[in-house]
Design a protein around this ligand. Structure first.
Ligand SMILES: CC(C)(COP(=O)(O)OP(=O)(O)OC[C@H]1O[C@@H](n2cnc3c(N)ncnc32)[C@H](O)[C@@H]1OP(=O)(O)O)[C@@H](O)C(=O)NCCC(=O)NCCS
Length: 163
């Protein structure tokens, strides 16, 4: 899979903080990712998710970013291709690193990779009450497309960006 993504696409955007590094998730990242970025997901569900994502990443259907600052895990995020389109999912930055441009940099890197894969658009879904994430996505050019009701009863908005 790494052969399918040229290394320069992982370079941090110029405005990003010093010491930031982006790379693909590897098998050895299971535990730190689970403990740091997916702590709210049940263990069995995360195991299924991890295995599925590694298969998809291996066959070029997904890109799972592992973000480090001076060697320490600070966030992760997924780009997944579906038959009807592609989406960004499970974007996460550890709380003490939020508000420093890492989420923005992650979306820029994932969008570069999406363009490299010749995808023409990206979707991202966010709960309506997550105003900060919603504002971030709108600021980066995502436009509200539709609302959906989640299994728990909450409403989420699906945003779209043409690449
Ligand atoms: C949503 C999320 C991924 C954004 O990551 P982030 O690293 O905080 O995002 P950014 O720093 O790029 O942008 C967020 C804010 O920081 C500001 N900012 C951007 N670059 C900055 C910088 N260099 N220095 C200081 N602030 C900066 C932005 O203007 C923005 O302002 P806000 O306070 O109005 O939101 C993160 O908040 C998160 O993990 N949230 C919990 C999980 C979640 O809700 N995920 C999204 C599900 S759809």
């Amino acid at each position: 899979m790494s052969d399918m993504i040229p290394s320069h696409l992982f370079a941090p955007p110029l405005a990003a903080m010093d010491g930031l590094q982006f790379r693909l998730v590897e098998t050895a990242d299971f535990r730190p990712l689970q403990e740091t970025c997916y702590a709210d997901k049940r263990a069995a569900l995360f195991l299924d998710h991890f295995e599925q994502m590694m298969v998809w990443q291996g066959n070029g259907r997904a890109c799972w970013l592992f973000i480090e600052h001076n060697g320490r895990l600070v966030g992760s995020g997924e780009l997944i291709i579906y038959p009807h389109g592609a989406e960004l999912a499970n974007l996460f930055v550890v709380p003490q690193y939020r508000g420093r441009g890492i989420g923005t940099a992650m979306i820029i890197v994932l969008s570069r990779i999406a363009r490299h894969w010749q995808l023409t658009g990206l979707e991202i879904g966010v709960e309506c009450q997550n105003e900060r994430a919603l504002a971030l996505y709108r600021r980066l050019g995502f436009v509200d497309d539709r609302e959906v009701r989640l299994p728990g009863g909450e409403t989420a908005v699906i945003l779209h960006k043409t690449l």
